[in-house]
Structures are given as C-alpha cells and as structure tokens.
Ligand binder design. Structure first.
Ligand code: DGJ
Length: 736
C-alpha cells in the first residue's frame, strides 16, 4: 500500500496490493484528470495517457477550442456547464442563479489512516492499516472548495472515495447535485452488471452491453430500494467468474442514489455514483461544508469472483462493527410467518418452549406487540406494549424466554407513523407531507419527518424505553414504505430539497445512538424484506434481512445477487414453512436448511405446527450451523453455477482463508431424466493439498473420497443425479 506524488510529472499514484490508480494534474488551469485504474504498475510515467498532446490541445495552447478539451478530457471529478457535455458530478445554483463550476487543483495531503465521515457510515482502519490522499480543488469564482478523498488499505484492493464541498464565499450556495465518484476511461467493450428486483425478488443479477448514451440504475424512493441497487460493475465481455478485468462501485449509503455509465462519441465512458440529484437541493451557508457519502471502488483481474471477495473482506474487516462483527449469531426463531399478528404471550412461549428443546437460541417477537395493532393498519408510533396480547407484560415474557435458556429479540418500525395512532392524532405535522395535498399512504402508513429534532428524540426515547424495560438482546429495525409526498412542516422553503438526505442522516444518527447506548444489542436491519440491504446499513447492523421471500429456490437467486457484494455473514436467511408464503412452492425442509445455512440462519415458522419429520430435522440443521458457520462467516465465497443462468442447478462454495477446508452447497433445482452425473469444478483450494470428503456418508454414490486441490478445480468432480426436484446436499472438504 502506498500513495506517491511525482512533482515532475504531476502524477499521483495509489498502489494497493494488486492495483494502481493514477491521477494527473495538467495545464496552467490545473485540471485534475483520471489517468489509469487497473493492474498494479511499477512506474508512474503515465501522464501521456491523458491525450493532452493530441487534438484538441490543452486550453493554454488552444483556448479557442476550450469546449473540445473539456468535453473529452478524462475528469477525475467534474465541473458543470462550461463545455463538458457529458453528465457531471457536481452542479450548483448561486444566489445570482448561475450554475457554472470549474475545478482546479490547489493542494494535496497524504496521510496515514482514514478520517471518519461526520454523520455518515464509512469504512475505517487504523493508521497502520490505511492511507489517504486528499486532493483539494477550487472554483476561484465561486470560492468553493471540493476536497476529493481516496483511501487505500493494507489488506484490500479497494479504494474508498468521498467528497467534501466547502463554501468559502460570503453568500450561501445551493448544491443541486453532489455525486461522489467518477471514473472516466476508454470503453474497452464493457458489459455492465447491476442488481434488480422487486418486493420478494431482490437483487437479481443483470448484465448488459455498455452502449453509447447513458445506462443507469437509481433509486428516488428514499431508500436503496427493492427495485435497483447502489452497486454497479463493468467488465470485459470475456471476463468470467474466475478471470479477467472487472471494475465496480458500491455506495456506502442508504437513500436515493444514481449509478450510471455514459459512453460517448469518442469511445470513452464515464462511470459515476452518488446521491441522486432528483429533488436534491442543499443550501450551504457561508463557511459551511457538505460531506458526500463514500463510494467503494474495486478493480480485480480475477473476474467477478475476485471483485466479490474483495468487497466481502473489506466490508467484514473495515465496515461492519460491534460485538457481533466476528461472532456467530444466535439461531433465531421469528414469529412473523408463524403467527402474523395473531399472537399472545402463551402462543409465543409455546413456540419458544418447543424451539429451545430443538436447539434454537433466540425468540424474536415481530410486528404486532404494541398499540392496538392486530393488522397492518394501525399504531405505528405508539410504541407501548399491548398487554391484551402480551399478557403479563413484556418483562414477564422476556424473563420466561430467558428461563428457557433463550435470548429475546423484538421488532420495531421506528421511522413510521400510522394515521390511526395517538402519535398522529397529537402531531399530524410530524408526518412527511405536502401541505394542501392528500397524503399518499402505503401500507396505510406515513413516514415520520426525521428532519425535525423533536421527532428524532421522540422516536429514540420510545425505542430506548422498551429496550430498558426487559432483557432484550436483538432488535429487527424494519421500514415498510418508501418516501413520497416529500415535504416537511419543519423545514423552510429553501431547505425542502434537503429532506431526502436529512432523513437518511437521521436514521444513521438513531442507529448510532442505539448501538452506543446498547453495545451488546444485535441489530438486524430490514425494509419490507431487503429494500435497504446496503453498505450504509451494514455500518450499524452486522446483518440485514435479505427478503420476505424465504422460498429456497427463490432465495438462491436473491442470495447470489446479495452475495455479489455483501458477505454471507450479513445475509439474514431463515427456514420457513411450506407451501411457501410468498410463492406457494413446496421444497424439502432439508433443502430449505441448506440454503439458509448460507446466511445468518434461523427459523420463520410455528415450530409447534410443522410436520413432525420436519421438526425432527431441526437438531441436525442446528448442529450443521454450529459446525459450519465459522467457515461460512469468515471464508472466501465462490459462485460455481447459478440456476438463473442454467435453469437446473445451483452451486457455491466457501473456502477457509487458510484453505484447510471448504463447504460446497449443491442444489439440484430441477431433475432431468436420463442423465448420469454433472461435472462440478471446485475452485479456491490449495492445488497441492489433498482433500477428503469429510461427510462421505452423505455421498454414498461417490466412491473415491480423496482428491488433490487442483484436481477438484480443473478436472472437477462428478455429482450424481438426486431423485426429484429441489434436492440439495453439502459437501465438506477437509485438508488431509
Ligand atoms: C416486513 C418484514 O420484512 C417482515 O419480516 C415482517 O417483519 C413484516 N415487515 C412485519 O410487518
């Protein structure tokens, strides 16, 4: 890891273990250009790549064609409205109504460590673990400073980028767009990978050719969303899972975002990511600064898998925090799909009693325990225990669960307010709304206006009071509607455009306070399933609920898309009852267990009501969780085959960091008549090491139990056909 500046060539070079990133300063105007990002280079003699000697010349030699220069120069971060017609990263409106911005380099600082981003989630590391380059640029006319930060890590190939805008003028300025990262490069036949979905269908992997013009994914829903995801990658069309060039950006943020690639007339392209400019307008008073959230950039020459493993390690080591960061999580049973709103103390204790006998370690009481909430129409905001349901009180219930040797967890949806709530009757102006308009309800609820200090404090106190009232060791923090009618009774007219971002900052503040006051709490984020599964939320909670779809087959796709960026240790995954509540499919209980083992693992069913043969399988699944979770949580993840591509089977693997063992999950989604076996290649092992199939009893059809690592990778192993659809097995490989 190193960051250098060559004063002769005016080139900055950031070196991680396997990559280099180069920035150059050119011409009298000190334009900041992007030179190179890719495999690690030994030299830094790269200024020639910025094409400043080709036509058009730099402005100091040919100012008559300044726009031609601005429209082609590979910008590291862009200005606005002066001749670069590609979409840019920063736009402003001055008090005089002007929008032009031009940025020039003025100074830089290289230091050990990485500064936190005030009020925002961000990757972190000790001074010995990371280094930062801060490039300060300025628009002299506006007296606006733009500080570009780049941090690199000793143990990672990722680069963390962020941007801070400082208003040094006498007047306020309105920031109408502040994206975080931009990479201008030649379009070498790239394909863009993004993640798409819907409720119960989150993060399906989509690949498309980068075409001339703009292609983007975004959210203007106030959260990262079910629909599109704050991640994009671009790779050569020849890049595979195991080799080839791939670049990626992942946003450490949980609100509106834009991730876009614009390919232009000259065969180059601009990739960029940041807060979506939709209805964004931030008033920056004289002397104030605005901090944009962080974007993580990754380049890998080791294919899509290399990129994935880089994100996993970075997020496990430098983003996720707290007591559970490196710990096995308690196996939980959640009553949502078991009872929905129809529960009381006895019913919950009945589930807990049976669950504890089977080895389940925590009961989570989901939605419906407060106010008079017996369906999803009421009571959000009234966070008082409904003692008609929780008869005996919350403390009694928690104590009884604890007596069974189990932990207790609880559900909240703190950001919301039901029209039918005492809170709304007392404070109708606490809901986000546009005066004079009928509010658009979703799930019969509004979003609380968290731009108001009194609302933030009220919400916090309500949650904290409940947590203090009993021995609650886990919180599921849900968010079941997206923002609309974006208006605040608390903000002045010229700050209404700040609402979307302030709302996200408030959620971060609330979760920060909560995790500081309750440091032993296990927090799991959730948003109508997985609509807020993003790197921002991972800074506060080590795990996030992936999806309301717990069907084992659907989950293969949801979890493959999620695991493209996020570690398995973060993926909330449960075994639920069949027919599945989202899709009606019936899959074997055993298979549901295998698929959930790829995540945090738990149950989402009434364990007193499921078929006895399923119930009898739980102790074995619990034992497998205890046996394999350290490996699953900490190992290297490899996608081997994805049924969304091949329609028949899915296969993935986790290899221990020291290569001493590996766990391969094989799911035969659909059986086929008349085939013998399927050749699977198992990567990531030590090529010279001999591995044995440690659970050979589960693979009676495979007679040979010892293989060299390179044999398993390059020659592969024949997996026998399994009888029926939706059948799965685990293969545990252990170094001999
Ligand atoms: C959506 C979540 O994803 C579910 O697990 C459940 O908690 C419901 N909300 C409760 O309303």
């Amino acid at each position: 890891m190193n960051i250098t500046y060559n004063e002769q060539t005016r080139v900055f070079k950031l070196d991680t273990a396997h990559t280099s990133y180069c920035i150059g300063i050119v011409d009298d105007d000190n334009f900041v250009g992007h030179i190179y990002y890719g495999r690690k280079l030994t030299g830094d003699d790269l200024a020639y790549l910025m094409r400043t000697t080709e036509n058009p010349f730099v402005p100091s030699q040919n100012n008559r064609d300044r726009t031609s220069f601005l429209d082609t120069f590979p910008m590291e971060y862009t200005g606005n409205d002066l001749g670069d017609y590609r979409e840019g990263t920063l736009t402003v409106r001055t008090v005089g109504g002007h929008t032009a911005v031009a940025l020039s380099y003025i100074s830089h600082r290289i230091y050990d460590g990485k500064a936190p981003l005030k009020g925002l989630p961000a990757t972190f590391g000790k001074d010995t673990e990371c280094k930062t380059l801060e490039l300060t640029c300025e628009d002299k006319v506006l007296q606006l400073q733009v500080i570009l930060s780049y941090s690199i890590f000793e143990d990672s190939d990722a680069i963390a980028r962020s941007v801070k805008i400082v208003n040094n003028a006498q007047d306020p300025i309105y920031l109408t767009k502040v994206l975080t990262a931009c990479i201008d490069m030649d379009n070498e036949d790239y394909e863009m990978i993004t993640l798409h979905g819907s409720w119960a269908r989150e993060r399906a992997i989509q690949t498309r050719t980068v075409m001339k013009g703009k292609q983007s994914v975004s959210s203007v829903r106030g959260e990262s969303s079910h629909q599109e995801h704050p991640f994009m990658a671009w790779k050569k069309s020849t890049t595979t899972e195991e080799c080839g060039d791939i670049y990626a950006m992942s946003f450490v943020y949980s609100g509106n975002f834009l991730a876009q690639i614009e390919a232009n007339q000259f065969g180059s392209m601009r990739a960029m990511m940041g807060i979506h400019p939709h209805n964004f307008c931030w008033k920056l008073e004289a002397g104030e600064s605005f901090q944009a959230p962080e974007v993580i950039c990754v380049y890998s020459a080791e294919g899509i898998g290399g990129m994935t493993r880089c994100f996993h390690d970075l997020y496990r080591n430098h983003l996720i925090r707290g007591e559970y960061k490196d710990k096995k999580r308690p196996i939980l049973i959640n009553n949502w799909e078991a009872t929905y709103f129809d529960f009381n103390t006895e019913k919950l204790l009945g589930i807990a009693r049976q669950a504890s006998e089977l080895g389940i370690e925590m009961l989570v009481m989901d939605d419906g325990w407060f106010g008079h909430r017996n369906d999803d129409n009421t009571s959000l905001g009234d966070w008082q225990v409904n003692e008609n349901k929780i008869n005996g009180g919350l403390k009694y219930l928690v104590d009884e669960v604890n007596k069974l040797g189990m932990k207790f967890g609880i559900w909240f949806e703190p950001e919301m307010i039901s029209p039918d709530s005492d809170l709304y009757r007392a404070h109708p102006d606490w809901a986000i709304a546009v005066p004079g308009r009928t509010g658009s309800l979703a799930r019969n609820q509004y979003v609380l206006d968290l731009t108001r200090r009194e609302v933030i404090d009220y919400v916090y106190d309500m949650v904290a009071t409940i947590l203090h009232s009993a021995n609650i060791e886990y919180v599921k923090w849900d968010m079941n509607r997206q923002l609309s009618d974006v208006g605040s009774y608390g903000l002045p007219a010229d700050r209404q455009g700040e609402l979307y971002h302030r709302q996200v900052l408030a959620v971060y503040e609330l979760q920060d306070r909560l995790t500081k006051e309750f440091p032993h709490l296990l927090l799991e984020n959730c948003s109508g399933g997985g609509a807020r599964f993003d790197a921002g939320m991972l800074y506060y909670s080590p795990q996030i609920w992936c999806s309301d779809d717990t069907d084992a087959v659907e989950r293969l796709s949801i979890q493959a898309g999620t695991a493209m960026v996020y570690p398995l240790s973060a993926m909330g995954a449960h075994v639920s009852d069949c027919p599945n509540h989202a899709i009606g499919r019936v899959t074997p209980f055993e298979t549901r267990g295998y698929v959930a083992l790829a995540g945090t693992f738990g149950y989402e069913l009434d364990v007193t009501k499921i078929p006895e043969e399923d119930r009898n399988m739980i102790p074995r699944q619990v034992a497998m969780y205890h046996k394999y979770n350290d490996l699953v949580r900490t190992g290297d993840y490899y996608r081997i085959a994805h049924y969304a591509d091949n329609h028949y089977y899915d296969c993935y693997e986790v290899v221990a960091k020291d290569k001493s063992e590996a766990l391969v999950t094989y799911i035969q989604v659909l059986n086929r008549p008349n085939y013998h076996s399927r050749r699977i290649h198992i990567p990531g092992l030590d090529p010279e090491q001999t591995y044995v199939i440690a659970n050979a009893e589960d693979w009676p059809e495979i007679k040979q139990t010892e293989y060299k690592g390179d044999t398993l990778h390059y020659a592969g192993i024949n997996i026998p056909p399994l009888w029926g659809d939706f059948k799965g097995r685990l293969m545990h490989l252990a170094a001999k």
